[in-house]
Ligand binder design. Structure first.
Ligand SMILES: [Zn+2]
Length: 247
């Protein structure tokens, strides 16, 4: 009897370890990735494109002929407002927010933009309405009123044309946006390391194989003047950055 109890305890311990160890490794990898992020100081990075920094993440603003539009919304509305003050820009003047996906570090600051039409990829709806968990039992929060944008759909805001490119991988409905014909906003669909594009993070992505396919699709774009990422800065050498994914 004692022997049986011992055996059961050993098996239970092994099962627990098998479940916990990969989780600990994954969390450690996420923390390491976050420390390696290279977000840009709040500033005008190229003419009429502004980076807004909130700790480890950037949202971007583009000034168009008739107002300002945003790509992602940061983490916290108050700190978004404070950062935008440094640029002399007022969040109430932002006409549209194009979300690359529904994660809290990209959608959490939405309340800073009360007058903006909000767009989210149509395949991302499942991530904010409770249908699909982000990680284990963790789910992203709902984001309030917003429109859905489809792959290849073009919307005009502040006098700028913005086209959605469905790039699943980080999340199923992740979207990159091509604005003004040549400014590409990728959110967490890629990282940039020494100017080279790569998989964002296998530990944080929901499906890195699919993300690789998305990067190959992006690599086929022509006329991109600059590419901006959510956590790893930007480059004006899109061709060079994507070379690996064009093979
Ligand atoms: Zn992110």
């Amino acid at each position: 009897m004692k022997k049986t109890v011992k055996r059961v305890l050993v098996i239970a311990g092994l099962v627990l370890a098998a479940a916990v160890i990969p989780l600990v490794i994954r969390i450690a990898t996420v923390v390491r990735t976050m420390h390696a992020m290279t977000s840009i100081e709040t500033s005008e990075v190229v003419p009429d494109v502004f980076a807004v920094r909130e700790r480890y993440v950037n949202l971007f603003l583009v000034r168009g002929p008739s107002g300002v539009i945003a790509f992602d919304a940061g983490i916290n509305p108050d700190s978004v407002r404070n950062q935008m003050k440094k640029l002399g820009l007022d969040p109430v003047d932002v006409r549209a927010v194009f979300l690359t996906h529904g994660d809290a570090d990209h959608a959490g600051g939405l309340a800073a933009f009360p007058n903006a039409a909000v767009y989210l990829g149509d395949q991302e709806e499942q991530m904010i309405d409770g249908r699909t968990a982000r990680f284990l039992f963790i789910r992203n929060k709902p984001i309030g009123n917003h429109g859905r944008i489809r792959d290849n759909e073009t919307v005009e805001a502040a006098g700028l044309k913005v086209t959605a490119i469905h790039t699943p991988g980080h999340t199923p409905g992740a979207v990159c946006y091509l604005a003004d014909g040549g400014l590409l906003f990728t959110g967490d669909t890629m990282r940039l390391t020494n100017g080279k594009a790569g998989i964002f993070s296998r530990a944080i992505n929901m499906d890195s194989k699919t993300q690789e396919k998305s990067l190959r699709r992006l690599a086929g774009l022509t006329g991109v003047r600059a590419v901006f990422t959510g956590h790893f800065g930007y480059t004006e050498d899109f061709e060079g950055a994507m070379a690996e994914f064009r093979k």
